[in-house]
Design a protein around this ligand. Structure first.
Ligand code: NAP
Length: 287
């Protein structure tokens, strides 16, 4: 069997066209959706990430503000800026790019963002909403993975889903979202003794370990949906995921590639979250 490719770039394009329409509808009502992106320090990778987020906003009719601060910005000053953004009616989503410099307590900063503007979905309150099955803003990467899985048209209900990784930003929320969609969920991590024992039972397998070749063909159930979240480099310096793509595509039913799978969906879901946040404060506005 050769797996069908789950094309994150194409799905992203499709969702982004609805984003642009929704943004226009809100703008017509005098409320252009706005995202504030805050970057502290000069980490080059973070600078690229925030630029891409701001560019995506501009291309889809959202208002965006990029606030850049020196690496020695005091924690209190950052908290003051967040309080100001919380109170700013032109801003519906606030994203503080991680990692923050060591002298700043990132948990305190995330907690300072008002839950209704927490478009990264990283706060304890947002995590609690997900855990309790309440509506709320969901972390963008696992939210994007759900959209990729749903795009296959295969049912999630009643399936066995295995998630490799238990980070607060990817693995745990991913497991909870699959559970909420009525999958039976197993979560694996670095202390799982026999990873293959679990992955071979997965109808849906999400790999988010951050380690190349974590999933090889012998670890995949024939016909499974395989979502590769990992971002790694091979010996030649080429971008690759956690899954041995060429071999696994001969076993799986569906597979998302790296690049072109989860990556484009992450920023797309940030735009969706910002719109959801903006729409939720206008009674009667629908998607
Ligand atoms: P993380 O915080 O480092 O978490 C990695 C998780 O994988 C941990 O729970 C770890 O277990 C587990 N793990 C590591 N090696 C393992 C192994 N051999 N077997 C089983 N589990 C193993 O990373 P993350 O932030 O969740 O991100 C995971 C990957 O996704 C990274 O490559 C990251 O770059 C990528 N990512 C991509 C996007 C995107 O937009 N495409 C977004 C976010 C992240 P322990 O908990 O026991 O340590």
């Amino acid at each position: 069997m050769t797996a069908k490719i789950i094309d994150g770039t194409a799905l992203s394009r499709q969702i982004r066209s609805t984003v642009a329409q929704r943004a226009q509808r809100l703008a017509d009502k005098g409320r252009r959706p706005g995202l504030a992106v805050v970057l502290v320090g000069d980490d080059p990778a973070s600078a690229v990430y925030v630029r891409n987020k701001v560019k995506a906003c501009e291309e889809h009719g959202l208002h965006s503000v990029l606030e850049r601060y020196a690496a020695d910005l005091p924690e209190a000053a950052l908290l003051e800026r967040i309080a100001a953004l919380n109170a700013d009616p032109a801003i519906h989503g606030i994203l503080v790019q991680m990692p923050l410099p060591r002298h700043i307590d990132s948990q305190k900063v995330i907690a300072a963002i008002h839950t209704s503007k927490d478009v990264d979905g990283y706060s304890v309150l947002s995590a609690g909403e997900l855990l309790a099955g309440l509506p709320g803003l969901r972390p963008c990467t696992p939210f994007g993975c759900m959209k990729l899985i749903e795009s296959t048209g295969e049912a999630i209900r009643g399936k066995h889903a295995v998630v490799i990784g238990r980070s607060n930003t990817v693995g745990k929320p991913m497991a909870l979202m699959l559970l909420q969609s009525h999958a039976t969920v197993t979560v694996c991590h670095s202390a799982t003794p026999d990873l293959g024992l679990h992955t071979r039972m997965a109808d849906i397998l999400v790999a988010a370990a951050g380690r190349r070749n974590t999933v090889t063909a012998d670890m995949v159930k024939p016909g499974a949906i395989v979502i590769d979240v990992g971002i790694n480099r091979d010996e030649a310096g080429k971008l690759c995921g956690d899954v041995d793509f060429e071999a696994v595509r001969e076993v799986a039913g569906w597979i998302s590639p790296v690049p072109g799978g989860v990556g484009p969906m992450t920023i797309t879901m940030l735009l969706v979250n910002t719109l959801d946040a903006a729409e939720s404060i206008i009674p009667g506005t629908t998607a």
